[in-house]
Write a protein that binds this ligand. Sequence first.
Ligand SMILES: Cc1cc2nc3c(=O)[nH]c(=O)nc-3n(C[C@H](O)[C@H](O)[C@H](O)COP(=O)(O)OP(=O)(O)OC[C@H]3O[C@@H](n4cnc5c(N)ncnc54)[C@H](O)[C@@H]3O)c2cc1C
Length: 219
Amino acid sequence: MLSADIIEVDLDVNQPAELSFEAGQWISVPFGPKNVRAYSIASTPLSSRRITLCADVAPGGIGSAWFRGLAAEQAVEFKAPFGGFVFRRDDPRRSLFVAEEIGIVPIRSMLTWLYATGFGRPAMLAYWARDPEWLVYDAEFRSLVRRYPGFAYHPAVASTSDGPSDGASGLAAAVDRLVPDVARRVAYVCGGESMIHRVRDVLVAKGLDRKSVKWEKFW
Ligand SMILES: Cc1cc2nc3c(=O)[nH]c(=O)nc-3n(C[C@H](O)[C@H](O)[C@H](O)COP(=O)(O)OP(=O)(O)OC[C@H]3O[C@@H](n4cnc5c(N)ncnc54)[C@H](O)[C@@H]3O)c2cc1C
C-alpha cells in the first residue's frame, strides 16, 4: 500500500521469461469476454523480468477489486505491451510532463528510465493530487531534482488553503504559469479526460501544435 487507496504490486514475468516494452506502455488484464482493464507499467524497460504496477483502487470496480485481492505468489495473466504513449528519445524538443493523480504511473516509468539511462536534457513535471497521500512517488521526483539540475518538479495538492480544488483547474493553471512560451516543446499528459482537454487548450492557446500534446486518458 502506498497509501490507503493506492496499491503497488510487482509481477514476476514467467511465460515468456521476459517482457520487452517501452516506458509508458500498459498491460491488459482480462475479466471475461470483452471486459478488460488497462494498467500502465510503473517500472522501466531496464527490468524485463519483473514489472511494477500501481493502481488507485478508489474507483471500486472489478479492476480495483482485482488489485485489492492480489496475494503473494498468485499467478496472474495479462497481455502486453500496448500503447503509443511513449517517450521519443530522439525528439530534440523540451519535454513537459503533466500528471493528474494516478496518471503519474507511465510518466514515472518514462522519467525514471530517462534519467537512469543518461538523458541529460531538461524536463519539467507538473503533478497534481487531492492531498499529499495521493502524490505517489513524490520522494522519487524530489530525489531526481537533487541529482539532475535540469529536472524541474512542480507538485501541487488541493488540500492546501490556496490549492486548486480539482486536477483540471490545478494543472491548467500550473501549465499556464510554468510554460511562458511553447517554442520547441512537446507535452506528455496523463490523467482524466477533462484535465487533458484543459491542459491541451492552454498549450494550444499559446501556439503549440495539437499533435505536440501526447496524452493517455485513464478515466
Ligand atoms: C491506457 C490506460 C492505462 C491505465 N493505467 C492505469 C494505472 O496505471 N493505474 C490505475 O489505477 N488505473 C489505470 N487505468 C485505469 C484502469 O484501467 C481502470 O479504469 C481503473 O482501475 C478503474 O477500474 P475499476 O474496474 O476499478 O472501476 P470501473 O468500474 O471501471 O470505473 C468506475 C469509474 O471510475 C472512473 N475512473 C477510473 N479510474 C479513475 C481514477 N483514477 N480516478 C477517478 N475516476 C476513475 C472510470 O472512468 C469509471 O467511470 C488505465 C487506463 C487506461 C485506459
